[in-house]
Each structure stands twice: as C-alpha cells, then as structure tokens.
Design a protein around this ligand. Sequence first.
Ligand code: FES
Length: 270
Amino acid sequence: MYIIEKSLKLSENVYEIWVNAPHVTRNAKAGQFVIIRTDETGERIPLTISKISGDLVRIIFMAVGKTTHALAAVPAGGAISDIAGPLGCPSEIKKYGTCVLVGGGVGIASTPVIAQALKDAGNRVIGILGARNADFLILEDEMAEICDKLLIATDDGSKGHHGFAADLLKQVIGEEKVDAVWIIGPTIMMKVTSNVTREQGIKTFVSLNPIMVDGTGMCGSCRCVVDGKTKFACVDGPEFDAHQVDFDNLMQRQRYYMEHEKEALALWKE
Ligand code: FES
C-alpha cells in the first residue's frame, strides 16, 4: 500500500495528491508517468508525474470517471494499492536555446517539471498556460518562478489574454526566435496548437494520453499513429513529434469506452 501524504482540491474536480513512493521518485525524469490502482480490483489509470520532493511524487488529476473520483475521495493519510513507475520515455531535454512550454487545463500539471529540466539544461523558457477560466488555472506561481516569461490565456477572459493558448504561442513566435515547443493538454487543444508551429517547422512535442492498461507495451490499448506508423504511447512515448501525430485517430480511440465509463461512474456513485 502507498500512503497519500497530502491531498487537496485545486479547483472544481481538479485534485493534487502527494504519494509516498520512493521507487518512483528515485528514478523519475521529466515527462514520465505512473500507473495507479486505488484498490486491488480497480482499473489501472496513467497519470503524469507533476513534481518530485524527496520520497513524494505529486500527481494532479481531474476527477472525470469512476477511478479518478475514487482517488479524489482518498483522504490525506489514506492509501492506494499500487503506483507503478516511472513509466514512458523522459522528455528530450537538451540545450535548444529558447523553449516554449504550453499547458492547457489539467495538462498544466506536467509543465513545471519539464520547465525546470529545460532551465537546468541552460534554455530560456517561456511558459504559456491556458484554462477555461481563472478558477481552473493551476500552478501559475510555480511556473512564474521557473520560467523567464509566463503568459496566461483564459477562454472567458477572466485572467490574461481572452482566448486560447494558441493565440499566445503565435504571438511569441512572431516576436522572437523559438527553437522548441512542448504542448500538453486536451487532445483537441494539442492538435490545434501544434498547427501554429507546423509551417515554421519548429520542433514541437506533444504528450499523448490514450487509454492505457499495463503501461509496459504488452496490451496494445495505447496504440496511436505517428508518422503513419503504429506506436505505443506507454513505451515509445508519451511524447511524440506533434507534426507527425494522427490526432483524429487518437480522439476516436479515446472515445471507445465512453459509455462504459459513464455507466461505471453512475454505479460507483450509487
Ligand atoms: Fe498496454 Fe501501452 S498501455 S501497450
């Protein structure tokens, strides 16, 4: 069993937990993820590593289905049965020059750890955070501390630019030379935002979030199409070249079990 040392609610349906998992923290690198089971009969869900502090791993997630609601309900001091990881390939960290890190919604969760790794490698780092409204904006202070410049966009204009993170990325690219971009957020947001860098040919990474089961390349449930080839997001990714990802295929696969997920959540709430 693994103890959740801290648990807090960041905004409507968004939670932050700190799990005591030294086997994860010892080896974790920016861009990797863990797979969690709340109990021995539960499903396995992949969640991005958001921060490491000693033996604690921070995970930020949105409660959308049965398991994430169950995870949100575990109080500080409570335990989960499994946390496997670190899984996946780390982010391609090196000295690029100027890097832009774009986080959308709960996808912002993984941006500080990547931003810090890019800073440590000697890059200038510009952060762009996008959210539905100011209440859904997370980790702004943390990103402001790491990044050389931080820009904010909200869909309703309640904070920062009234519009999308893609608008701000366009603005930054118009103002200065950008060498590499990371975009992490909802699939549709990654699809739209990565089009901004396509024409200029700026190296752009996205972190894919398909359905996963084992997380070790055996079940095939996380397969996605990149550069016309089948890739497994859990072992070949989760980060891929944004301009080679078939986002429509990914979105179609993400919807496969939607009805079952709704049913499972309704039963869990009964
Ligand atoms: Fe099973 Fe990737 S999650 S192969």
